[in-house]
Design a protein around this ligand. Structure first.
Ligand SMILES: [Zn+2]
Length: 291
C-alpha cells in the first residue's frame, strides 16, 4: 500500500507460539522507501522476502534496487528475513550499535530473550554494515535523508527513523499499542523516548510496526499521548497487584496484572514477564527514593 509520496507499507502475518499447545496470529509491518534506490525498513519474519520482492516487482521496480535495509531493532519479527534480503540483493544492513549484537549473533538473542518458535521466525544472523547512533543520518539519494532517533526502552537498541521530506516517523515498537501486551525492557527509558518523539514537530504520518499507518498530525500525536497513558495504566496495575500480593515474583504477578488490564492471562510468556519486572524495578526505585 502506498502511503506517502515515497513510502509503501507491507503487512506481514506470522504465528507466535505462546505455549506448546497455543499459537497466536500476529502481524508486523515492513516499509519501502522508493527513491533513486530502494530503502527497506524492517523485513518481517523468516521467508518474508518473497512477499517484499513481489511487492517491489508489482510496483514496477526491481528487488535488486534495494540498496539498504534499516532495522528498527533486533527482535525476530523485524530482522527475520534480513539474511535472505541481504543475500539476494547485496544491500547494506543498518542498525543501532546496541542492536548489533543480537542481530549478528541470534543464538545470543535466543538465550537472553527466549521465544518458543524463535528459530522459525529468524532466518539466520546477518552482519550489520552501517552501525547507527543517535543523531546520525542515512543518505537515500534523490534528496531523501533518513534521520536516526535513538528510542530505547522496548529494547536498548531501538531506533525510530525519521523521513522529514514526507513528515514520516517509523516508530518500530518504541511506542506501545494502547491495550496491547506490555513488551519492553525499561519503563523510564520508554517514556523518555516517547516524550522525545512527541517533541518532533511537523509529523504527518506515524508508522508503528504493529498497526496500519496513521495519517494526520493530530492522530500522530494523540497516539503518542495514548502510549504514555497506557504506560501509566500498566504501572498502576503492577503497583496495585504487587501491593495485594507482596510475596509474589514477576512471573507469579504477571497473570494477575494481565487480568487487571483486561488481557488474557495465557499471555504470561517470558517477554511479558520481563516487562512486569521492569515495572517492579521502577516501583522499588521510587520506594527507595521515598524512604
Ligand atoms: Zn520488538
Amino acid at each position: 500500500m502506498q502511503v506517502t509520496e515515497h513510502i509503501h507499507a507491507i503487512k506481514i502475518p506470522f504465528k507466535l507460539t505462546v505455549s506448546p499447545e497455543r499459537t497466536v496470529d500476529r502481524f508486523v509491518y515492513a516499509y519501502l522507501i522508493f527513491g533513486k534506490q530502494i530503502c527497506l525498513i524492517d523485513c518481517g519474519v523468516s521467508a518474508s522476502e518473497a512477499m517484499i520482492f513481489d511487492y517491489v516487482r508489482e510496483a514496477g521496480r526491481d528487488p535488486q534496487e534495494i540498496s539498504m535495509l534499516v532495522l528498527t531493532h533486533s527482535h525476530p519479527d523485524h530482522i527475520g528475513a534480513s539474511r535472505a534480503v541481504k543475500g539476494e540483493t547485496g544491500c547494506q544492513v543498518a542498525a543501532h550499535v546496541d542492536a548489533q549484537p543480537w542481530i549478528e549473533d541470534i543464538e545470543l538473542q535466543a538465550k537472553h530473550r527466549p521465544i518458543a518458535n524463535f528459530h522459525s521466525l529468524v532466518g539466520g544472523p546477518v552482519e550489520v554494515d552501517l552501525v547507527l547512533r543517535d543523531g546520525g543520518t542515512l543518505d537515500l539519494g534523490d534528496g531523501l535523508t533518513l534521520e536516526v532517533v535513538h528510542t530505547p526502552g522496548h529494547s536498548k537498541g531501538s531506533i525510530s527513523p525519521l523521513l522529514r521530506e514526507d513528515g514520516a516517523l517509523f516508530s518500530g515498537d518504541a511506542l506501545p499499542m494502547a491495550g496491547g501486551l506490555p513488551i519492553y525492557e525499561d519503563v523510564s527509558s520508554s517514556i523518555r523516548s516517547i516524550r522525545r518523539l512527541r517533541g518532533i514537530k511537523g509529523l504527518k504520518v506515524l508508522f508503528a510496526s504493529w498497526d496500519a499507518p496513521h495519517r494526520g498530525k493530530d492522530r500522530v500525536y494523540e497516539l503518542m499521548d495514548g502510549g504514555l497513558r497506557y504506560f501509566q495504566r500498566i504501572h498502576e496495575a503492577v503497583r496495585k497487584v504487587t501491593a495485594d500480593f507482596p510475596s509474589l515474583d514477576a512471573r507469579e504477578l504477571c497473570p494477575r496484572v494481565l487480568r487487571n488490564l483486561g488481557l488474557p492471562e495465557s499471555a504470561t510468556i517470558p517477554i511479558v514477564v520481563k516487562s512486569i519486572e521492569a515495572h517492579l524495578k521502577e516501583i522499588e526505585c521510587q520506594d527507595l527514593l521515598r524512604e
